[in-house]
Design a protein around this ligand. Sequence first.
Ligand SMILES: [Zn+2]
Ligand SMILES: [Zn+2]
Length: 199
Amino acid sequence: MNTILQDLHIHTVYSVGDSAVVPQMTIDFIASLEHADIRGISDHFEYLQGEIFETYRHDVRAHGFYLGCEINTGEETREAVEYPYDYFIYHCRDRESEYRGAEFLVSTGKPVIISHPMAMGANLARVPRECFIEINNRYIWRGDYMNYFSPWTGEFNFVFGSDAHQPNWLNQTIARKAAGDLGIEESILFPKPTPAGTR
Ligand SMILES: [Zn+2]
Ligand SMILES: [Zn+2]
């Protein structure tokens, strides 16, 4: 039993253009750390299009992880839904096109996690209520989270995530502290996987 139940926001070497990702951050290495019961890999969608997708999918599945991606814009949602992801993580900025992108992702029926909405400037009044709102370790402490999230704690379901980049990698200490301050309980999106290779 891990202290972290679920971590669906993890970046790896597949995020090739992300300057906060280093060569040691392989899926193999993450698998060996066993830091959470339910884990998903969510590299940036812009680096997963075309041929590389099959390599990524195989690598993620071979280690028993859920298959996700992080989508940067409303326009990218159109292409992302063509791939067999288990869930989507989405940057929702305060723009009409980005709220429409969130609605489009929700229409797939797959879980949609709004990543670090305070850092992106999302207006939660305009985010579809079916979305899960992320409290993430990388960004939560950088703003007035009590003021931003308090009106919405009863409106949405929430998930906690690392947004794992170096140096503060694979950790939810601050996210969990902030969620505790807000009285938020975590939604668990997937069953705990059976050992690698059997699903
Ligand atoms: Zn992000
Ligand atoms: Zn991220």
